[in-house]
Design a protein. Structure first.
Length: 154
């Protein structure tokens, strides 16, 4: 993260280590109905996010809380998850998602960048997707969370 981003994002769960095991790249969010029981945004398919991704190694993601308004752009962001990793996180940590906030995951797929929004509803998790180029402003007063992938240091 850049110096200016560090001022906008405050780490949460500093005593918790999250891990996502190595993934084959085969899981797709649009097919994970057992994980996202409250709904899956049709834009996953509309944006062409209905194909397998690349395999990944084990990672240790870090969770942050938004402390200032932020817009994702190709110029200010370089850490991304795959769909398989996001599905894996949601399966492994279903209690991570409080009902009053949205959790954001930066996603790279086919060279394009997206923001995946996961929120908890009364009947389970719901997932939406936006393109970076749609320039959504994430507002700090909502206390949105951001999960960032970090490589596992040997």
């Amino acid at each position: 993260m850049t110096e200016s981003q560090l001022k906008i994002f405050k780490p949460v769960f500093t005593n918790t280590v999250f891990t996502i095991k190595a993934c084959s790249g085969q899981r797709k969010i649009c097919n994970a109905r057992e994980v996202f029981k409250s709904g899956i945004d049709p834009d996953f398919e509309n944006f062409g996010l209905n194909k397998p991704g690349k395999p990944t190694v084990k990672i240790v993601p870090v969770a942050y809380r938004l402390q200032g308004d932020f817009v994702f752009s190709d110029e200010n962001w370089d850490k991304f998850f795959t769909q398989d990793q996001i599905v894996g996180f949601c399966i492994k940590y279903p209690d991570f998602f409080p009902a009053v906030t949205v959790t954001l995951f930066p996603l790279e797929d086919g060279g394009e960048h997206f923001v995946v929004r996961v929120s908890a509803c009364s009947d389970g998790l719901r997932v939406n997707v936006l393109r970076f180029k749609d320039a959504a402003v994430w507002v700090a007063e909502r206390s949105d969370r951001l999960v960032v992938p970090q490589p596992l240091v040997p």
